[in-house]
Design a protein around this ligand. Structure first.
Ligand code: FEO
Ligand code: CA
Ligand code: CA
Ligand code: CA
Length: 596
């Protein structure tokens, strides 16, 4: 009877044993090969990676640090040649720079970064566009690819859309309010139907230091985003990251950035119409009427789920006609009703409470302070909305809610049903009439995460789910060409449970619904990002982020494990190489579709 129920799963593979060690592990019968590591050359003339003599100039020609979003854009419709686009979310200096950490009076202490090290950090952020080709069943980077490019925290970008040029975006270096240097903390992202790469700026607060001048108009705005956190040392060398010296610079981050990958010299555009939050990702789908719908998470406890619907329709036959679709449209925030209904509330200047009385003089003000506008509309405060994935096969939308241990008993609601939600949950949305552009819909909880063998946790994995198959802290996700859901996690690295993060296959249909199976797991200290399936479902790309980092608490705020005393040197396992965040390709031995 058990075998019969299990056979209803849409996924066919033998699970990986849950556990934690220095290496990564994939399901039997599959290969997990390293495609690109931090420091790998992206151009024929790029320098070889030399971790003890790394420079910003080298880093800007090499693969960046801590990959998160991974996307694939086929070239000329090919299934064996395309552009891999990868976000480099953040840097871990204690894992990057040898000798940075020293013991002082028996305690480990990190030395201040030098200017050169900060410049390496700036160059290790951003994104990569690199041509890849499939030869003999495996992918390899094409260093000669004419579209190859690094985007960093110093790449010149344009602000476009309703907030571009606004006074609140002007700085001493840019009196136009239209030109920004760089993008930071690019978490999940997306590839648009017209083949551009979108990067979501997430935890921007960490990069800013200093104090706003007393009574400055951005005080409330920055407080709502936790700016400044001062986690990075960039303000020691660059005034623009010091609020006292350049109070408006932080308004120029927190946007969705669009990159035209067909022109390596193109200026990336920060699309202000999609709002300014701690954007987690920006996955999109074409609605029945041709408008394009982007789903946007805002990763903070008690923050919101958004979507953006373009004003104009997508033209599949004219790429150029789509290139500014993201400058016009409507941004909505979600209200999840207690009765299972969903309302998308427009964030439009002049409508309802979004007026001068509440401090908004224009649509630009609404977009710069998106969260405050959503607060006023009474949107539903969620348990850290991360990646959101529309599924074109079954017409649903999947929302990853990673956790929220600060939710109290008297703050629970139907869409966030657990107090002290340590393990997170997944919501499934059905838009009204199957129309992704609809302003109403319904929703239900697909899965409450956590260990189902501990009753108090309240997890709702199916009984078919094994001790390997459960997970907590859903973060990124993907839908493959067959319409199946894959979930990657951030925060399961835990000595007490002996588990790591990984990639799980989650059934959404029929009797197998809420069954989960472990397909791949990361080395100690890492979290799992990506994931991405090629259009033929024959390759899964995943990103292994911060291997060897600490990670002992369920919040994912790990303690560092230092360069000279690593718990893993994955993937090279060489004494003269640090651990290196990498993108991994997973293929079936002998070829064929994954998990079929
Ligand atoms: Fe960058 Fe919310 O994870
Ligand atoms: Ca994420
Ligand atoms: Ca995704
Ligand atoms: Ca994450």
């Amino acid at each position: 009877e058990k075998a019969q129920a299990a056979s209803k799963s849409a996924f066919s593979f033998t699970e990986v044993e849950a556990g934690v060690d220095a290496n990564h592990h994939v399901a039997e019968g599959y290969d997990a090969d390293i495609l690109l590591r931090w420091g790998d050359k992206l151009f024929p003339d790029a320098p070889e990676f030399d971790p003890r003599n790394q420079s910003a100039e080298s880093q800007a020609r090499q693969f960046g640090y801590n990959s998160d979003y991974v996307g694939f854009i086929p070239l000329e419709g090919s299934e064996t040649r395309g552009l891999l686009v990868v976000n480099h979310e953040y840097t871990n200096p204690h894992l990057m720079f040898p000798g940075l950490v020293e013991a002082v009076d028996g305690k480990l202490k990190q030395k201040p970064l030098t200017r050169e090290q900060v410049d390496v950090e700036l160059a290790a952020h951003g994104g990569t566009v690199v041509e890849i080709e499939k030869v003999g069943g495996k992918w390899r980077p094409v260093l000669e690819g004419k579209f190859n490019r690094r985007i960093t925290a110093t790449t010149e970008m344009a602000l476009s859309g309703p907030a571009a040029g606004h006074d609140r975006l002007k700085t001493s270096a840019d009196p136009t309010g239209r030109k920004v240097l760089g993008t930071i903390n690019n978490c999940a992202g997306g590839v648009t139907p017209w083949g551009t790469y979108v990067m979501a700026e997430e935890n921007i607060h960490g990069y800013f230091s200093g104090k706003l001048p007393e009574g400055h108009r951005e005080t409330q705005n920055y407080e709502r985003l936790g700016i400044p956190e001062g986690a990075y040392e960039w303000a020691n060398f660059y005034d623009r990251f010091d609020l006292a010296k350049e109070p408006n610079e932080a308004n120029r981050f927190g946007w969705i950035v669009e990159v035209d990958v067909q022109d390596p010299d193109s200026t990336p555009k920060k699309r202000t119409a999609l709002g300014r939050t701690k954007h987690e990702g920006a996955e999109s789908i074409v609605a029945a009427d041709g408008r394009v719908v982007f789903y946007l998470g805002d990763d903070e406890r008690f923050d919101y789920v958004y979507k953006f619907v373009t004003a104009r329709t997508f033209d599949p036959d004219n790429r150029a006609a789509n290139m500014d679709l993201l400058d016009e449209g409507t941004l909505y925030v979600a209200k999840f009703g207690e009765d299972g209904t969903l309302t998308w509330m427009p964030l439009v200047f002049g409508q309802g409470v979004l007026t001068a009385e509440n401090g908004f003089a224009s649509q630009a003000d609404i977009l710069i302070e998106t969260r405050r506008a959503a607060d006023l509309l009474g949107a539903t405060k969620m348990d850290r909305p991360e990646d959101i994935q529309p599924n074109g096969v079954n017409g649903k939308v999947y929302v990853m809610l990673t956790n929220n241990t600060k939710r109290k008993e008297d703050q629970i609601d139907a869409a966030n049903p657990r107090a002290e939600n340590a393990f997170g949950h997944i919501i499934e949305i059905t838009e009204a009439g199957g129309n992704f552009a609809s302003t109403t819909g319904t929703w239900e909880v697909l899965l409450k995460c956590g260990d189902p063998s501990i009753a108090e946790v309240g997890a709702t994995f199916s009984t078919e789910t094994t001790r390997n198959g459960w997970f907590g802290m859903p973060d990124n996700c993907a839908v493959d060409a067959a319409g199946r859901l894959w979930v990657s996690t951030d925060g399961n690295n835990n000595k007490a449970t002996g588990r790591t993060d990984g990639l799980w296959a989650v059934d959404t249909e029929g009797e197998a619904r809420a069954t989960s199976k472990l397909f791949y797991r990361v080395p100690v200290g890492a979290e799992m990002c990506g994931p991405l399936f090629t259009p033929d479902d024959e390759t899964a790309f995943v990103a292994v982020q911060h291997p060897a980092d600490g990670g002992e608490d369920w919040e994912g705020h790990g303690r560092p494990s230092y360069y000279e005393d690593l718990s893993t040197r994955w993937p090279d396992f060489r004494d003269d190489m640090p651990t290196r965040p990498s993108v991994v390709m997973i293929t079936k031995r002998g070829g064929g579709k994954i998990a079929v």
